[in-house]
Design a protein around this ligand. Sequence first.
Ligand code: MG
Length: 248
Amino acid sequence: MSYMFISRLGKKEKKEIKSIFFDLDDTLIDHKKAQNKAIMDMWSHFPAVQHLADPKVFAQAYAGVNDDLWKKYRDGDVDKLKLKQLRMELTFGKVGVTLDDWREADQVYMDYYKRYWEWMDDARESVVALSEHYDIGIMTNGFTEIQEEKFRFFSLHRYAKHLIISEEAGYLKPDSRIFEYSAGKAGYESREMLYIGDSYTSDILGGSESGWKTAWYCPEEHTDPARAEADIQFSHFSELTDYLTTPN
Ligand SMILES: [Mg+2]
């Protein structure tokens, strides 16, 4: 198996790490896969959509609309309820279907989405092993009720002392204030914190600009030497676990 692992941390810097916070979606759990499968099921669920679009087109419509609305939500241009409403109305609208009741579509989507929740490869083992050496936390952008359900489903309370959701913190990554808030909750200096996530902008830039150390999870094994803000880059959790559980 090919893999990629890079650490730019010196011995002294590595030793500074006391607390490790993980991103949730697409770092610990496979959100994208669950989302895609849920959209496929939703396509089967609504005959009107089946007649007008193939499932890939419908999935792309949802992904585009959702990304766009999350940016607007982060900028404060739409609130949570409006995001949920427009996400359904605009997705169905893109394939030519007018929704009578967006709440029903939202419920159908959520019911399917939850069926496909799974850990990313070796992520659970990594959290378990690292929790024996470090204070563990989760910090996630997302809606409280759905992220809390994930915490319960994956028994994350067992390993993580701190579970931080943007909706409760009042800020979304990459805003430095959510990193400051989390370091405060953990009770460590920012340089003692390591953030592990898959998003270059939200996780790596957000973390490094807040003075945290960062580990960029790149399961696709792409490397970009220009993006040297990440102290660590890795494509397999087992490599990261080994690195962080061995002295030096
Ligand atoms: Mg993520």
